[in-house]
Write a protein that binds this ligand. Sequence first.
Ligand code: C2E
Ligand code: CA
Ligand code: CA
Ligand code: CA
Length: 280
Amino acid sequence: NAKKQAGNTIFFNSQMQTEELERLRLEADLQQAIQQQELHLNYQPIICLTTNQVVGFEALVRWHHQERGWVSPVNFIPLAEQTGLIIPLGEWVLQEACRQIKLWEQELAKTGHLSIAVNLSGVQLTQPGLVNFIENLWKNCGNKKIYIKLEVTESVLMKNGEVAIETLAKLRSNGIQICIDDFGTGYSSLAYLHLLPIDTVKIDRSFVNQMTEDPRNLDIVETIITLAHRLDLNVVAEGVETQAQRDILRSLHCEYGQGYFFSKPLPPQQIVTWISQLSH
Ligand code: C2E
Ligand code: CA
Ligand code: CA
Ligand code: CA
């Protein structure tokens, strides 16, 4: 019995070592990827549910690794947060989104006002230089047609409390809109919502997805929309995959939708074509 236990321990340790080694390799690769242009941004359209017009995009990072192929952000954002790589990664994302805004200024001029929403991690929010970094960036690439928004998850706001809220309030007082992401999953009290320096609520896709099957999810979606409107906030429903879901959201007066029903996240080269198809 003792032998078996010892054997198990060795097995367990070597398994841990393999995992640790893999993690270290991924970390080294990610560090390289940030420097060597292996990261890309895709853009997922956000649609006005009353006019069917595109109102903006969410920028979502993609990693194309030489051997691993496409690595999902679900697999490398948490690692980037643990290792601090999220700081250079996050700066790259902001810079790249601003570079794209400049490129699109002419091409998308006919489309009217557009927003580009960039995801911010909690680690970034607590960095002292963040506000200056964004403001400098914005001075260089800001324009009247396309503007930047920031998305912060509900749980990040809960975890980082005052510091996060102060930082967001500063950014917002400089005209940058803030969205609360994955709303409904972070256990914050609804009554707390009016204290946050935000403009938009994004309902987490888990509720939107289950809306037609589970009436409790429909209730949650309806409650979030009603409360947000009472607080003068806009609502984006995430993960809209079917026409039925779109129709329900419309009937609940949800302003905006995002999801595979409208479009998957697309590389920037495809966005201009996608928009011109939309208006026909
Ligand atoms: P998120 O911010 O909640 O982004 C929405 C995710 O839902 C994206 O996954 C998007 O592709 C996916 N999605 C959109 N519509 C649908 C739909 O109709 N059905 C389903 N099932 N999924 C849909 P993605 O691109 O894999 O990103 C995953 C997460 O990684 C993001 O969740 C965000 O938390 C994080 N992330 C992505 N890019 C960045 C970034 O630049 N910075 C930071 N800090 N996090 C990022
Ligand atoms: Ca987001
Ligand atoms: Ca989300
Ligand atoms: Ca999410």
